[in-house]
Every structure is written in C-alpha cells, then in structure tokens.
Ligand binder design. Structure first.
Ligand code: NAD
Ligand code: FES
Length: 285
C-alpha cells in the first residue's frame, strides 16, 4: 500500500497528492509515468509524474476528476493509501540522456495545457537545474484553472499565460502565443515540448510544423498493463504502430496520427458515463 502524505486541490476537480513511494522516487526521471489503482478492484490509471523527492521518498501526482476511477482516487484523503503505484514506467524525456555540452545552449519552448501543466513542471525544473534556458506557455480555460504558475515562475526563463476567456494573461490559445513569440517577438527555439489535451497537442504540432520546429508530445493513451503486452495504448507514429507505455510516452509530434489517437481515447466514453451515472458521487473541492 502507498500512503498519501499530502492531498490538496489546485483548482476545481484538480487534485495533487504526494505519495510515499521510495522505490519509485529513487529512480523516477522527467517524462516518466506511474499506473495507479485506488483499491484492488480499481481501474488502472496512468498519470505522468508531476514531481519526485528522492530524499523524502515521495512522488507527486496530479489527477483531474474526469471519470469514475479518477473520482475514486481523489476521494481518498491524507493518511489513506493507494492499492497500487507501479512505476516509474515509460522512457525519460530525450534531453535527460543528452550529453551536457549538447544540451547547453539549446533553447526550449514548453507548452502546457490545463492539467497537463503538472507533468511539464519536472521537465522544466530538471532543465533549469542543468543550466538550460526554457520558455514556458501555460494555457487554461480561465484563471481559476491555472495551476503550477508560482512553481513554474521559479524555474522558467520566461512564463507566458493564455486563457480562453482572457481572465489572466493574454486572451487566446497557446498556439496564438507560439505564433506571437516567433513572428513578433523574434524568439527562436531548437525544440518545443507540448503536454496537455490531445486536441491541443494536435494543433501545437500543426503550428510548429509550419516553422520546422522539432516538437515532442507526451501522449496520455488508454492503458491496461503498462508493459507492452496488451496493446491498449497503441498509437500510429510515422505510419508505424507503437505502444505508448514502452515506446513513449513521448513521441515526435509531427509523426503522430492525432485523429486516430483521439478516436481511441474516446472508445470507452459510454462505459465511463454509465459507471459515473451508477456509482460514486464525489464531494471533490
Ligand atoms: P483545456 O481543455 O482547458 O485546454 C488547455 C489549453 O489548451 C487551452 O486553454 C488552450 O490554450 C489549449 N487548447 C485547447 N484546445 C486547443 C486547440 N484546438 N488549439 C490550440 N490550443 C488549444 O485543458 P484541460 O481541460 O485541462 O485538459 C484536460 C485533458 O488533458 C484531459 O483530456 C487529460 O487527459 C489531458 N492530459 C494530458 C496529459 C498528457 O500527458 N498529455 C497530462 C494530463 C492531462
Ligand atoms: Fe498495454 Fe501499453 S498499456 S501495451
């Protein structure tokens, strides 16, 4: 069992938990994920690691309550325990393996959408700790749904905020900010990394392709075993079928078939809706 050391809401229906998981904390790297189950009968939920503390032996996850199983996780409280916390899974971000001299001088642009801001944080933090300059764009529907802005300011060279309704930062989408930075502010980047809803990653990829800007996305496909055995998480990348859990979760955004990935993500929407209707009423937030 994996004890919840801290639980708090970052925004409506977005819950942060710091989990006692020393073995995972010891080997976690930016870009990797864990698979969590609230109880023995629970569904396996993949969550990208939002932070880790090797000394304290804790791993931070951020969960949005979008369905029955995520509501069950977020209904747990400090002192309770998760039944399973498997990880770290997947490959670390590519920059982790880059030689220091190659990494130094590279200019990164991170694009974080909504709850996808949480997994962007450990990547930007890692690059900052290794002396790499990183610009970050955070997009959210409105000011109340912005998360991790204070932590991100501490590690980003520049932080740009966009909200759909203009309640904070500029009014518009993250893609508007990318175009403004490159077209009007003279910014140049070697790589863009985008993490957020699939539709956002699709449009970030289309935007950066026009600038021939290498772009990496972290896919949050449906998963079952997380070990490459079941095929649930398959995605098409450059015409090849790959498994998000063992080949990813990060892929070349310009090669991903996002339309197929979005269709697969929506495959169990009816079952999820039925489970929600039947089950669990959550008093989250
Ligand atoms: P959201 O719908 O509020 O979108 C966040 C931002 O993305 C928007 O403010 C906008 O700037 C941008 N965006 C959205 N649609 C766009 C478009 N068509 N073109 C350009 N930009 C666009 O985000 P949310 O409600 O927090 O998203 C939740 C989703 O994120 C869930 O589906 C969840 O599964 C996913 N998620 C993904 C990851 C990952 O690893 N990829 C991690 C956490 C969450
Ligand atoms: Fe089963 Fe990836 S989750 S192959």
């Amino acid at each position: 069992m994996f004890k919840i050391k801290e639980k708090r809401y970052l925004a409506e229906n977005i819950c942060l938990m710091r989990i006692d998981a020393p073995r995972v904390a010891r080997s976690a790297q930016p870009g990797q994920f864990v698979i969590v189950r609230s109880d023995e009968a629970g569904e396996r939920i993949p969550l990208t690691i939002a932070d880790y503390d090797r000394e304290q032996g804790t791993v931070t996850i951020v969960t949005q309550t979008i369905g029955f199983s995520t509501k069950k996780i977020c209904a747990l409280n400090e002192g309770d325990a998760l039944a399973d916390f498997a990880g770290p899974l997947g490959n670390p971000s590519e920059f982790v393996k880059m030689p220091a001299e190659e990494l130094k001088g590279r200019r990164y642009l991170f694009v974080a959408g909504g709850v996808g801001t949480a997994p962007v944080y450990p990547q930007v933090k890692w690059l900052h700790e290794h002396g790499v300059e990183v610009d970050v764009i955070i997009g959210a529907k409105n000011e109340s749904l912005l998360i991790y802005t204070d932590q991100m300011r501490e590690v980003a060279s520049n932080l740009y905020i966009a909200t759909d309704d203009g309640s904070a930062g500029v009014k518009g989408l993250v893609t508007d900010v990318i175009k403004d930075l490159i077209d009007n502010k003279g910014k140049q980047y070697d790589e863009c990394v985008a993490i957020g809803p699939m539709i956002m990653m699709k449009f970030v990829a289309l935007t950066t392709k026009a600038y021939s800007l290498k772009t990496t996305v972290s896919l949050n496909a449906l998963m079952v075993d997380g070990t490459g055995m079941c095929g649930a998480c398959r995605v098409s990348v450059g015409g090849k079928t790959l498994f998000t859990c063992v080949d990813g979760p990060e892929f070349d955004a310009h090669q991903v078939d996002f339309d197929e990935a979005m269709r697969r993500q929506a495959m169990f929407r009816n079952e999820e809706h039925a489970a929600n209707e039947k089950g669990h009423k959550c008093n989250c937030f």
